[in-house]
Design a protein around this ligand. Structure first.
Ligand code: COA
Ligand code: ZN
Length: 302
């Protein structure tokens, strides 16, 4: 395989929709997610099995998983605890993405547990999910800094990874929950963690809160990351982190990588159409840029 190839996980259905104030009808969620799948995205985090009190927008998780077009795509759901894992297994998802924060304060606000309690839960979740022949990914929220606690040394991140690896976990997402990372920090963290944990599959989950999303992604790519999360139109954010805004925008990421001649699956034209449809549906201007400007090689009549 071409070692430049990039693999995208679309997180519109989860990170994107969880932040929307107005209820999005289940059929509209399905319409958008299916369009993203039809554009060639091979992996989607479609929803979360979380408390409906914590994230009311995703209370239709079961229906969403039942109704999306599931051939030719890996379906992931975010979960915070064992109950989420049970619901995800009932829904027959391919993988669960269990979240724990590097930050004690954010973990408490997000999932009402200490980091140690979450780590213990993840061990139990892993056993249960693996016994169902499914995979577990761990998302490390606030890896690059927390709006309550500030920026961490990479050692704090590697300590948690080490503990979780001793429990059998092998796949980790380094999440920049509120867009605090900068390109130097991303490459320093990635190079360090890939050196210490050569057998781990790392992915990057970046937010564009301070306009550094794409440059952080490029920095992560140059440091050897090939798996990235992104959301259509650049929507999303964590409701339990002050100032959170959208993910790196799916079609902007695909556009950049496509013009860098990096192999990847999604079709940029289809994604732009999908983003425009979602903008109409959500009823406000989305942060995505390529959906407005068009692809860079488009020419206009003079
Ligand atoms: N899925 C659905 N419902 C769940 C659930 C899950 N994974 N986990 C708990 N619940 C329900 C319980 O059954 C209970 O329902 P009830 O009030 O009708 O009896 C209620 O939620 C509270 O359960 P409890 O175990 O006391 O949890 P809590 O109030 O301490 O909240 C979490 C903890 C983890 C459930 C909640 O904080 C959560 O769902 N967080 C998700 C945060 C998130 O998605 N953030 C964005 C992504 S990073
Ligand atoms: Zn996020």
């Amino acid at each position: 395989m071409d070692n430049r190839r990039v693999f995208i996980t679309d997180v519109t259905g989860r990170d994107g929709f969880q932040m929307e104030k107005h209820w999005i009808k289940t059929e509209d969620k399905i319409r958008i997610i299916n369009r993203i799948i039809n554009s060639g995205v091979k992996r989607i985090e479609a929803t979360s099995f979380v408390s409906p009190k914590a994230i009311p927008q995703l209370r239709d998780a079961k229906e969403v998983i039942e109704l999306i077009k599931r051939d030719n795509v890996e379906v992931v759901t975010l979960i915070p605890n064992i109950k989420g894992a049970e619901l995800a297994m009932e829904a027959d998802v391919d993988e669960v993405n269990v979240v724990v924060s590097i930050s004690e304060t954010h973990n408490k606000k997000n999932i009402n547990k200490t980091v140690d309690q979450s780590v213990k839960d993840i061990a139990e979740i892993n056993k249960f999910v693996v016994s169902n022949n499914k995979r577990v990914n761990v998302s490390l929220a606030t890896t690059f800094g927390c709006p309550f606690e500030g920026i961490y040394e990479v050692r704090k991140v590697s300590e948690i990874i080490k503990k979780l690896m001793s429990m059998g976990l092998k796949r980790f997402t380094l999440a920049d929950t509120t867009g605090m990372a900068n390109p130097t920090q991303v490459s320093d963290f990635v190079i360090h963690l890939k050196t210490v944990f050569p057998d781990v599959q790392f992915s990057l989950h970046l937010h564009n809160t301070r306009g550094m999303g794409l440059v952080n992604l490029y920095s992560g790519y140059n440091a050897g990351i090939r798996h990235f999360d992104a959301s259509l139109g650049g929507i999303g954010g964590c409701p339990f982190a002050p100032g959170a805004t959208g993910n790196v925008c799916l079609e902007d990421v695909v556009h950049m990588l496509h013009y860098m001649n990096i192999p990847l699956d999604p079709d940029i034209d289809e994604l732009i159409k999908a983003a425009k449809q979602m903008e109409t549906l959500l009823g406000y201007k989305l942060p995505g840029q390529v959906m407005r400007a068009g692809i860079s090689t488009a020419t206009f009549e003079s």
